[in-house]
Design a binder for this molecule. Sequence first.
Ligand SMILES: Cc1cc2nc3c(=O)[nH]c(=O)nc-3n(C[C@H](O)[C@H](O)[C@H](O)COP(=O)(O)OP(=O)(O)OC[C@H]3O[C@@H](n4cnc5c(N)ncnc54)[C@H](O)[C@@H]3O)c2cc1C
Ligand code: SF4
Ligand code: SF4
Ligand code: SF4
Length: 549
Amino acid sequence: MSKFVAFKTMSEMPELPVSQARMSWNKTGSWRSSTPGHQGKLPPCNFNCPAGEDIRGYLDLMKKGKVSDAFKLLTKANPLPAVCGNVCYHPCQTNCNRHNFDTELQIRSVERLIGDWGIETGFRPTLPATGSKRVAVIGAGPAGLAAAHYLRQSGVNVVLYDENKKPGGILQYGIPSYRLDKDVLKAELDRVLDGVEFKGNLRLGSDFDLASLAEFDAIFLATGAHTSKRMYAEGEDLPGVESGLGFLKRVNSGESVQFEGKQVLVVGGGNTACDVARTAYRLGGSVTVAYRRTEHEMPAFAEEVEQMKTEPIDLEFLVAPFRLTPTTDGRLCVACHRMELGEPDDDGRRRPVVIDGADFDITVDVVFTAIGEDPDLSAAAGLDYDSSGSLDLSQVDPQLRDKLFIGGDILPQPRTVPHAVASGRLASEQINAFLQGVQVAKPSAVAEVATEEDVNFAYFTRLNAAQRASLSSGQGISSDKAAATDEANRCLSCGVCFECDNCYNFCPDLAVVRTPDGYQANLDYCKGCGICAKECPSGTLGMQGGRVA
Ligand SMILES: Cc1cc2nc3c(=O)[nH]c(=O)nc-3n(C[C@H](O)[C@H](O)[C@H](O)COP(=O)(O)OP(=O)(O)OC[C@H]3O[C@@H](n4cnc5c(N)ncnc54)[C@H](O)[C@@H]3O)c2cc1C
Ligand code: SF4
Ligand code: SF4
Ligand code: SF4
């Protein structure tokens, strides 16, 4: 039986380690020089996801087996997780803090699995009833899809127009099906467009114009970048020369194309060039890619280039076609300059320079140009770019200008699916605010990012060599939920508390308390020793904004 003994003075106390005595008398006094606090740093995965997903948040839910909640959290920022889980260039995982410890988390694979869950279960978010507001969205690529989806989610009537029969934009008509399964795309589109009125085969500029949309309360223009740049080579309009994107659109529309026994030349070094070359190879062609710089300067995603290199496709660097002439047997003779790299140009990449006297010819059956695409603004009367490359709306009819919003590849921003999704979601927020006559909340100041130095790796187990090799193979994780949970369990939760209780258990002064708002130090008792921050695995805690060494 325990008995309560009261000591009137300190000298009456027996010699006891502090940890066995009551702590209530052990107040800090005025000498404390530092205090622990939440550093408020962002995980680098979240920070680097162009779509703005709370990756750390849904990995935490996956750890707990809450796939449905993970899906809901993910799709708050990105309604196309299965699509992005297949085709995004994953800057989230490239910047994961686990990279040097063993290998980065396979975030894109986990995102794909969460997206697949949404498809397999036929998940549909509850749709609110629509009010009186109507918005026209032009262009059903990822930007238009995201805007239409989130506007409909907030009770707005949305009509989505596209010149094509099917929605999806580049996802439908550009990216080949070996990279993005069309059934996956269809399933995701069905959910995203739930409650949205889609009107295909209608082209702005020919079937309707901006003025005809005046009855709408707002208009979102997201018609992408589809005009292939010219090579400025003599003979580039000859039969047998086609834009790479035009070719991909034909194949993705179901047209039967065969290149058996044909030599195909693809000119360019971006994503379109990779997709054209790999598609032409799959259709039986012997494919050569000619790029005027080196592999190092290729604008294509590195992963695309790596995958292309595993296929029997001939890559010719420092080569620039300048003249095409028809041969007597119906082929094309392509005269090329041999190039070398000179001084860096405006974008920092070294400029290709012609080597005199080193020209050579290649004879091929087909040439695809894939040196980039420009937006075509001519369909939207009055809209143009100014000399600095920014959009100029000054010539747009003032009645329309105020309610015209623009996003996706038309904007001077990186041309990727997650960037387009983010601009569509942002537009939906701006349009909603406009419809309600309120100001859009200003984005909060950019938070600091939690680095490797913030994480206490002693609390995490390194993968063995075999596990590391399997994950580094580029194949991602296997497609079952258990694999996703295992992967989520590797997350270091950089900068975000995951309730491990370390700070609570380690504090020698029992100064850490659990509150509904997280773990906090009771400053009456905290001595500022910094043990809590030092032993915080995730780097959530810091001392006076910094860590104690
Ligand atoms: C071949 C290729 C492969 C790519 N691969 C990847 C990849 O793997 N990963 C990645 O992240 N990004 C990739 N990208 C980039 C990415 O696809 C784009 O950045 C993204 O699709 C842009 O979205 P968007 O909604 O702005 O435009 P788009 O996807 O281009 O959609 C615009 C839609 O508007 C329609 N439209 C155009 N003009 C009109 C008009 N006048 N009237 C009506 N409709 C019109 C178009 O036909 C299209 O359907 C790739 C791009 C290309 C070209
Ligand atoms: S959209 Fe891209 S960057 Fe964002 S989580 Fe998915 S794979 Fe990563
Ligand atoms: S360890 Fe987790 S929280 Fe940290 S960067 Fe990687 S995925 Fe994000
Ligand atoms: S030590 Fe654990 S419980 Fe305490 S703040 Fe850090 S992560 Fe959260």
